[in-house]
Design a protein around this ligand. Structure first.
Ligand SMILES: C[S@@+](CC[C@H](N)C(=O)[O-])C[C@H]1O[C@@H](n2cnc3c(N)ncnc32)[C@H](O)[C@@H]1O
Length: 203
């Protein structure tokens, strides 16, 4: 079974999209906007956009957004949830990160809990590919799961640690690198311990 089939067997993406579609944007994204894009907009790339919580927020702030996801249901959800008057600034791209071709350069790239689904041996090359597509002074924000997350422990999602993130983003200037461990439920499953790794990096 390949990595995609294994993950599809483990995840109910439909359930995930319906429970996250009306959620506020990820805090890491709004933090990066506050730090670097106060009263500014540009072109953003949302990698693994899911139900579009970050994509739609960015559109509402005036950004043009490329939303990439390999799940057709994700793309359909984003299109359904995006107000009509914002759709001209939205480009949906239904593809796997490994096959993605990008003609633009981006001011901001966000990959929230998405790159971790790649085969671990491919994560670096995808980040390196994105590096070439981020403008100078552009920002890349990403989150991954750490080894202490119940999904990593019980569902075999590849975990990471801060050192690995530092390596992945070594071509960038690391602005913030932090981890958060908490007992809670998240939208991927009814699990108890979350362990998030978060990075804000700049080219
Ligand atoms: C956990 S969801 C996160 C969605 C959204 N970023 C959020 O924060 O709610 C991960 C998303 O990444 C997408 N994804 C995972 N691996 C992918 C790949 N190799 N290429 C494209 N999309 C991928 C999944 O289809 C899913 O929609």
């Amino acid at each position: 079974m390949d990595n995609k089939e294994e993950i599809e067997k483990k995840y109910d993406w439909l359930g995930y999209y319906s429970s996250t579609k009306n959620q506020p944007p990820r805090h890491l994204l709004t933090k990066a906007l506050d730090l670097f894009f106060k009263n500014k907009t540009g072109i953003a790339l949302d990698l693994g956009a899911g139900a579009g919580r970050d994509t739609i927020y960015l559109l509402k702030q005036g950004w043009s957004v490329w939303a990439v996801d390999r799940e057709e249901t994700a793309i359909k959800t984003i299109l359904r949830e995006t107000p009509l008057n914002l759709q001209e600034k939205l480009t949906c791209y239904n593809t796997d990160f490994l096959d993605m071709e990008l003609d633009f350069r981006f001011d901001l790239c966000s990959a929230q809990l998405s790159l971790m689904f790649l085969p671990p041996s491919q994560i670096q090359s995808v980040i390196d590919k994105i590096y070439t597509k981020v403008k100078v002074n552009g920002v890349f924000v990403a989150s991954f799961l750490g080894y202490q997350d119940d999904l990593v422990k019980n569902k075999n999602i590849p975990g990471s640690d801060l050192e690995k993130l530092r390596q992945y983003f070594s071509k960038f200037q690391v602005i913030e690198l932090e981890e958060e461990i908490k007992n809670s439920q998240n939208s991927l499953s009814a699990h108890n311990q979350s362990h998030f790794l978060k990075i804000i990096a700049r080219k």
